[in-house]
Design a protein around this ligand. Structure first.
Ligand code: MCN
Ligand code: MO
Length: 729
């Protein structure tokens, strides 16, 4: 059995030997390079754009301005500012040249005359709606109220009632590889290489814009150097690049510079929760009333993130009297969208801060407070209708508590030496396997090797290995004989992609179902080849066996027997070919859960050092503990960044103050620390292979644990992400 084993990653060899192929490595003769001229003001009316001097430059082939394509949840000035500039970084013009440096240099020659308009940057000010982020529109792009029970009454029956404002800053998803696209014009069709999380989805949205101009658009996902949620939804540059290649009938390549990526890639998080909550003296959380504001920037697509945060606000706790007023506001900033965790980290920060604050106010132990409130009967339908499926929350918390008590002891010892050290714990609920379904095809080739084609589009997580393990087990063959491929819309009919920690569970189960079907075909064909009854045959360890006669046929023999010599005839009744497609989707999302425990020190210079870190998760069946652990480690380091280093900062005029990687700090190997990860397998999903996702869990669990440890180390309540140096000194 491979499932459950730490099988080494199949995908790494080409990447670690430098033979991966990212967008910028792919060359087509005759390519034009696209450079985007971007706004350096936050809000303005364009009076005119003069491109004449740029067009005179040797090597410049053309300039595009004023391109607008209607697209859902994007303002009318999309993908390019036509009349109105909405944020610093908003594309204004695109230059096409035979050389990328020529294109970039020509940008200086484009003159844009504009009239500045007042900008609204602070989301709470935007909510007042006096200065408009987009002319002629209300800033309140979205409002929805989620209610359950009677929170006012529950508050009036509480022993304590508290109010806090929790802020989760905007972050830049910071993949190693910036975004990029190469659109190859082929007369009546296009071949688009993209750094994306979903080749199929990209094909669908490009077709919606250009389907009247071409017969088809084939999208191939190149090797992707990280995405973290931000390479899923459509971008201005996707449309501009594809439009340019259609217009100029040539291959067109665009790859973002880092400084462009920080302005152009959808920022993540950006939520404020103004919360009123109450508790009984024994620590029972009685009610929450939350005004939740999401800072959408200059597009309203990200509203679903405040919906996720709102509906997940009760977290793993029993509280049933709640109201969340969710607002989405436009501001003159880069549009916002998902970042690893997507709404669940924001909810967890709020409910876990609430647990710790109740403990502090009532002088109770924070683990005790969590236990008082924890849901113990599953499945459980939360106040907003989410169905938490399975698991044993209390048992997992008790496991984490043991580590927490030990960290507490160590913290006490170190505090005696005058050091600012403390322990923190978070308990979190994850929601994943966003659907609707995923596809996978399994084919056995004539050499007996197995190829699996999945509709998901992994990009670093390791699904190739995990899914190969599942299929190898099902077919009883070596994992080395299973190849998993993906990311080309011409390879598999339909699929979705890699997001919402879904690939292993959805594509993996689709592959499992496909493998079962193929196995059935193998048996039926073998029955004909072996002149036996199919009922007599058994499939075991990659072989078909007839126990009565003792005869066997290997998978390879069945597959190659299929390949009658050229010109031969097919003399059997069963159809040849060992191939099948499977589809899998859930009728409910899955809800894994976990706990993080941290021992942190804040030194006199305000630097946060992690002395020890422990995480435990329950995601049902773990297919490959090494891969899952790697996801947790990466997520913890990202969560560390979000908690103490990373923050997108604009000044009040909408200038981006953190526009490069000197000013926007991400954790590096220097800040990284050891992380111990363990898992339970009680919270199974109801899939044939009862797994749930792990890809995002750690970015949910880390910030509340870390902020707790830091606030106790410095002795000052913290309510924002990231913590600020002035608090830590
Ligand atoms: N796994 C497992 N057993 C399970 C579940 C998963 O062994 N029960 C393994 C899988 O084999 C896979 C990994 O864990 O190697 C993650 O699988 P899964 O939880 O299905 O998540 P996805 O593959 O769908 O990944 C998406 C998730 C998301 S939504 C973001 S955002 C994110 C993340 O993955 N972006 C990443 N991790 C990332 N890791 C890298 N390197 N780069 C990104 O952009
Ligand atoms: Mo994601």
């Amino acid at each position: 059995m491979y499932v459950g084993q730490r099988v080494k990653r199949k995908e790494d060899l080409k990447l670690i030997t430098g033979s991966g192929r990212y967008i910028d490595d792919i060359e087509y003769p005759g390519t034009l390079y696209l450079y985007i001229v971007r706004s350096n003001v936050a809000h303005a009316k364009i009076k005119y754009i003069d491109v004449r001097d740029a067009l005179k430059v040797n090597g410049v082939v053309g300039v595009i301005t004023g391109l607008t394509i209607p697209f859902e949840n994007r303002p009318n000035n999309w993908p390019m500012a036509k009349d109105e500039i909405l944020y610093v970084g908003h594309p204004i013009a695109a230059i096409l040249a035979t050389d990328k440096y020529v294109a970039a240099d020509a940008a200086d020659l484009i003159q844009v005359d504009y009239e500045e308009l007042p900008a609204v940057i602070n989301p709470e000010k935007a909510l007042k709606d006096d200065v408009k982020a987009i002319e002629g529109r209300s800033n309140i792009a979205y409002k929805k109220t989620y209610s359950s029970g009677d929170p006012e009454k529950a508050l009036s029956n509480s022993d304590i009632v508290l109010e806090e404002k929790f802020e989760i800053s905007r972050v830049y998803p910071s993949p190693m590889e910036t975004r990029g696209l190469l659109s190859v014009y082929q007369e009546d069709s296009l071949l688009v290489y993209a750094s994306t999380q979903s080749a199929h989805y990209m094909r669908r949205y490009l077709l919606s814009a250009f389907g009247n101009k071409v017969k088809d658009i084939r999208v191939i996902q190149a090797d992707v150097g990280g995405a973290f949620g931000a390479k899923l939804f459509p971008y201005s540059e996707d449309f501009i690049t594809v439009y340019a290649s259609l217009q100029y009938r040539r291959p067109v390549k665009w790859v973002a510079l880092r400084s462009e990526d920080i302005r152009g890639m959808y920022h993540g998080r950006g939520q404020i929760h103004k919360v009123k909550f109450g508790a009984k003296r024994d620590g029972t959380l009685t009610a929450i009333i939350d005004d939740a504001i999401i800072d959408l920037g200059a597009a309203s697509h990200g509203t679903y993130l405040v919906d996720i945060a709102a509906t997940m606000l009760p977290g793993p706790y029993k509280v049933r009297d709640l109201r969340v007023n969710a607002y989405g506001v436009y501001t003159n900033k880069t549009p916002l969208d998902q970042y690893r965790g997507a709404g669940r980290p924001e909810a967890a920060f709020v409910y876990e801060r609430i647990m710790d604050i109740i403990a502090d106010e009532l002088k109770l132990d924070p683990i005790y407070v969590r236990k008082r409130n924890l849901i113990t009967e599953l499945p459980y339908v939360n106040p907003f209708g989410l169905k938490y499926d399975s698991g044993n929350y209390l048992k997992l918390l008790e496991n984490a508590e043991k580590v927490y008590r030990e960290f507490e002891k160590r913290a006490n010892e170190l505090r005696k030496q005058g050091r600012r050290v403390s322990a923190g714990l978070s308990f979190y609920l994850e929601q994943n396997n966003f659907g609707p379904w995923e596809s996978a095809s399994v084919r056995i080739k004539a050499d007996g090797k197995v190829q699996v084609i999945i509709g998901a589009s992994p990009h670093g997580q390791g699904a190739e290995t995990g899914i190969a393990q599942i299929v190898a087990d099902e077919l009883g063959i070596s994992v080395d004989d299973v190849e998993v491929i993906w990311g080309d819309t011409a390879l598999i009919g339909e699929g979705f992609g890699t997001y919402g920690s879904r690939s292993l569970t959805l594509a993996g189960n689709a592959a499992l179902l496909a493998a079962r079907r193929v196995k059935d075909k193998v048996l039926r064909l073998a029955a004909q080849f072996m002149k036996s009854d199919v009922q007599e045959l058994q499939y075991k360890d990659g072989k078909v066996i007839n126990p009565k006669t003792g005869k066997t046929m290997s998978l390879k023999e069945v597959a190659s027997r299929n390949m009658a010599s050229l010109g031969g005839i097919w003399e059997y009744k069963e159809e040849p070919g060992l191939e099948a497609t499977g589809y899998f989707g859930f009728d409910n999302l899955t809800y894994p859960y976990g706990s993080h425990v941290v021992l942190a020190e804040v030194d006199n210079s305000g630097k946060v050092k992690i002395l020890d870190y422990y995480a435990i998760d329950d995601i049902g069946t773990v297919v490959n503990p090494m891969l899952a652990e790697a996801q947790v480690i990466g997520g913890v380091i990202q969560g560390f960044g979000e908690s103490v280093l990373e923050e997108i900062v604009y000044d009040e005029n909408g200038n981006l103050l953190t526009g490069n990687l000197f000013d926007y700090a991400i954790p590096t190997a220097v800040e990284a620390f050891n992380i111990k990860w363990e898992y339970m397998e009680e919270g199974k999903s109801n899939a044939p292979l009862p797994a749930k996702g792990i890809g995002e869990g750690a970015t949910i669990g880390t910030p509340p644990a870390l902020i707790r440890a830091i606030e106790k180390a410095i002795g000052k309540r913290l309510t924002r992400l990231p913590s600020r140096l002035e608090d830590l000194l």
